[in-house]
Design a protein around this ligand. Structure first.
Ligand SMILES: O=C(O)CCC(=O)C(=O)O
Ligand SMILES: [Fe+2]
Length: 273
């Protein structure tokens, strides 16, 4: 698969001079994305990753795909698989829908992967920290979660959900499919303090469809979104090209690992109890 890529060959530093120490230039680079994230709950950084790195990542995902866990699950929007009999049948905790995605976990990705070089790069991490407006970010230390490929073949989808325990989520469009596979989002369905079950229930009954935005982007685009409080999904893939996403988990403190039940849902039986 060729030699290891340096971060300079992965990120388009010409368009995005992340190493520049000029404070004003830094603000001009970061502020538009920061504003977009605050206003829309997502921001898109187009052409962030170079085509050469994307084709290596695509080859890696293709090679890893047969070993990826076939995550076919019925889950609620909280990524849980079990109903709560104490709650009404139509409560959002008891509304389940089908998801099928193929997760190539961190431990299944080669150590010199451009995906890992990208994830662990100080420049990328600091850029994301500036956009989300925090002093520092740390790599996630879960064996499976830190950087993944999510692969969607024809018919695959990710049903409406909130992301667990993160204030934001970072994805990289590696390869698009021809049709379907749209990333859709309904911003601000709950808050850190309030689950807003009424609102989530309305949404799940299709009563808030006008709140849905479709986030279109080309390969190489980085997307940062507030998946913890905004319901989002990937609509069924209709094209024959595999939709490939890089997904990255950053933390506000060091030493964070993933949730056991979520890991089992996403990565399967090999997750030890
Ligand atoms: O595949 C995507 O675009 C998003 C997947 C997703 O929902 C996530 O990573 O939290
Ligand atoms: Fe998500």
């Amino acid at each position: 698969m060729g030699g290891e890529l340096h971060i300079n060959d992965i990120v388009d530093f010409h368009t995005y001079p992340l190493a520049s120490t000029d404070a004003k230039a830094r603000r001009m680079l970061v502020d538009p994305f920061k504003t977009q994230l605050v206003q829309k709950q997502y921001c898109v950084v187009p052409g962030f990753v170079c085509p050469k790195a994307l084709s290596l990542m695509t080859a890696e995902a293709m090679a890893g795909r047969p070993f990826a866990f076939d995550n076919n699950s019925r889950r609620n929007v909280y990524l849980q698989r079990q109903p709560d009999p104490a709650l009404p049948e139509d409560h959002p905790r008891n509304v389940f829908s089908d998801t099928s995605t193929r997760m190539i976990a961190y431990d299944q990705i080669p150590i010199r992967s451009p995906l890992k070089t990208f994830y662990h790069s100080v420049e990328v991490r600091n850029f994301i920290a500036d956009i989300v407006g925090v002093q520092a970010l740390y790599d996630n230390e879960d064996p499976y979660q830190p950087a993944n490929y999510i692969c969607y073949n024809k018919g695959d989808r990710s049903s409406w959900h909130f992301d667990a325990d993160n204030s934001f989520t970072v994805t990289l469009m590696v390869q698009k499919t021809e049709q379907g596979g749209e990333f859709e989002m309904s911003p601000n369905c709950r808050t850190d303090q309030d689950q807003q079950y009424d609102r989530v229930g309305q949404f799940l009954r299709g009563e808030l469809d006008n709140s849905i935005v479709s986030v279109n982007r080309e390969p190489g685009a980085l997307c940062i979104f507030r998946g913890c409080n905004s319901l989002h999904r990937v609509s069924p893939v209709l094209g024959s090209a595999m939709r490939i996403m890089g997904v990255f988990v950053y933390e506000r403190e060091p030493g964070i690992i993933g949730d056991q039940e979520v890991n089992e849902t996403i990565y399967g039986e090999r997750v030890p109890r």
